[in-house]
Design a protein around this ligand. Structure first.
Ligand code: F6P
Length: 328
């Protein structure tokens, strides 16, 4: 352990919002990086609710041993309605003061960072780490969990393809992404989908799905894989439209929460570890109101206010490639 020459002696760490594989690796990295600098870490359980309710415990080197490989989050997670209110935020500030927390590392997505923004406006130092399988935080190219979730979805869809191919059927698979199609687009590219529906696209259903299946049939294919992002509509509705319009009777699979679990991939473990280290570095150097990010391959940070004001569009290059892959 290094001598702690800076003023920061104790910080908190929490996970909030939908969990993502790699969150545990991030918690571990925060704890280990902090202890390395002589900073004590308090684990806040159940997201922002833990700060409101005083739900916490001390984390030492051993308490985060053997979690780098585990999905989920040992700190539990929640979406907190109370934390959106001034009263809830005041309770959280009081807990921080009572515990002597000089900073909080909050791991999660958009909602988590809105909470972090609110808390930092109350004078508490907060640094966010992006962890969401949706990969929809605009200020960073990558969010922890995306790679593992994509690989889980790909593995499932590969299995579906076997049976679709045998029966010469159409499969409509819904992947997560309430507002964003990053996961669907990436997975669609990886499984060689016939068509991919994402909420960000302006194309018509006819162009985006029907014509693609028609072309595939004209090219001699007899099974089809349609990947739908949750935010683009229900897979059941998509299947019904396909049946109504071209008399093919698809089978529907909603992958759901299976995508959020499982052993984190190497990319998620390493990214989480690096982000955890950088979050502690920011707090230890007196920084606050930041989101740790990767931009153009470089680990850095942006102001939370700036990060939350940016919009993440679909990756245009990936979309163009997909158009070429599905357009024949
Ligand atoms: O964490 C993001 C996400 O997985 C979205 O893709 C999905 O719409 C949502 O969470 C599901 O949330 P819940 O766990 O509340 O069902």
């Amino acid at each position: 352990m290094k001598e702690n020459r800076n003023a920061v002696r104790r910080i908190g760490v929490l996970t909030s919002g939908g969990d993502a594989p790699g969150m545990n690796a991030a918690v571990r990295a925060v704890v280990r990086a902090a202890i390395f600098r002589g900073i004590e870490v308090i684990g806040i359980r159940r997201g922002w609710n833990g700060l409101i309710n005083g739900d916490f415990s001390r984390l030492d080197e051993k308490s985060v041993a053997h979690i780098i490989n585990r999905g989920g989050t040992i700190l539990y997670t929640a979406r907190s309605e109370e934390f959106r209110t001034e009263e809830g935020q005041q309770k959280a500030v009081a807990t921080c003061k009572m515990l002597g927390l000089q900073g909080i590392v909050a791991i999660g997505g958009d909602g988590t960072f809105r909470g972090a923004q609110a808390l930092s406006k109350h004078g508490i130092c907060v640094v966010g780490i992006p962890g969401t399988i949706d990969n929809d935080i605009a200020c960073t190219n990558y969010c922890i969990g995306f790679d593992t979730a994509a690989n889980t979805a790909i593995e499932c869809i590969d299995k579906l393809r076997d049976t679709m191919q045998s029966h010469e059927r159409c499969s409509v698979v819904e992947v997560m992404g309430r507002h964003a199609g990053h996961l669907a687009l990436y997975v669609g590219l990886a499984v060689g989908a016939t068509a991919v529906l994402v909420p960000e696209s302006n194309e018509s259903f006819e162009e985006e799905v029907i014509e693609k299946i028609r072309n595939a049939r004209l090219n001699g294919f007899t099974h089809y894989m349609v990947v739908v992002a949750e935010g683009a509509g229900s897979a059941f509705d998509v299947a019904k439209r396909i049946k109504d319009e071209i008399a093919i009777d698809p089978r529907v699979t909603v992958l759901g929460h299976i995508q959020r679990g499982g052993t984190p991939s190497a990319r998620d473990r390493v990214t989480a570890t690096r982000m955890g280290y950088h979050a502690v570095d920011i707090l230890a150097n007196g920084g606050t109101n930041k989101i740790v990010c990767i931009r153009n391959g470089v680990m850095c940070s942006v102001d939370i206010d700036v990060g939350l004001s940016e919009q993440k569009g679909i990756d245009q290059e990936e979309f163009t490639v997909l158009e070429a892959m599905t357009g024949i």
